[in-house]
Design a protein. Structure first.
Length: 146
């Protein structure tokens, strides 16, 4: 069973995109589009203030008749952020995401944000793990070829 640390190591781009709570939502949307991602960490200095997702925008700006230019990130971000550590397993993360209807989990180690994993990262890792197990079982059943 893989851990979050392994998932972070296997990601081709592990940079953390973030924005300040006082930034306009329009700036956040631009960053999401430029980076091709679905969520941004909202940071005050080095501290996690929240997380902002595309869902937050659709449900708390457009749906309520606000504008992205005049609404601040702090007004629509999710402030109570569920985090995991590098030692958590992919199964633990999947359970957290399913129970809490999340698509992104910040990774924190020693009170420092070290990464962000998505549901896509977890699915990719779980499929890879299953493929490895299948190959091992096939090798066991058929024996060495040669």
């Amino acid at each position: 069973m893989q851990t979050v640390a392994h998932i972070l190591q296997s990601k081709s781009n592990n940079s953390i995109c973030s924005i300040a709570p006082s930034a306009p939502v329009q700036e956040a949307l631009k960053l999401l589009a430029e980076k091709g991602i679905g969520a941004l960490m909202v940071l005050e200095g080095d501290k996690i203030a929240g997380i902002l997702s595309e869902r937050d925008y659709t449900r708390k700006v457009e749906f309520l008749g606000r504008t992205a230019a005049t609404t601040q990130v702090r007004d629509i971000m999710t402030a109570s952020v569920i985090c995991v550590g590098p030692q958590h397993t992919n199964e633990q993360c999947m359970a957290l995401m399913t129970e809490n209807r999340l698509r992104h989990l910040p990774v924190v180690e020693n009170d420092k944000l070290v990464g962000l994993i998505s549901i896509g990262d977890l699915v990719k890792d779980i499929i890879s793990e299953q493929q490895f197990t299948i190959k091992q079982l096939e090798h066991y059943i058929h024996g060495p070829r040669g």
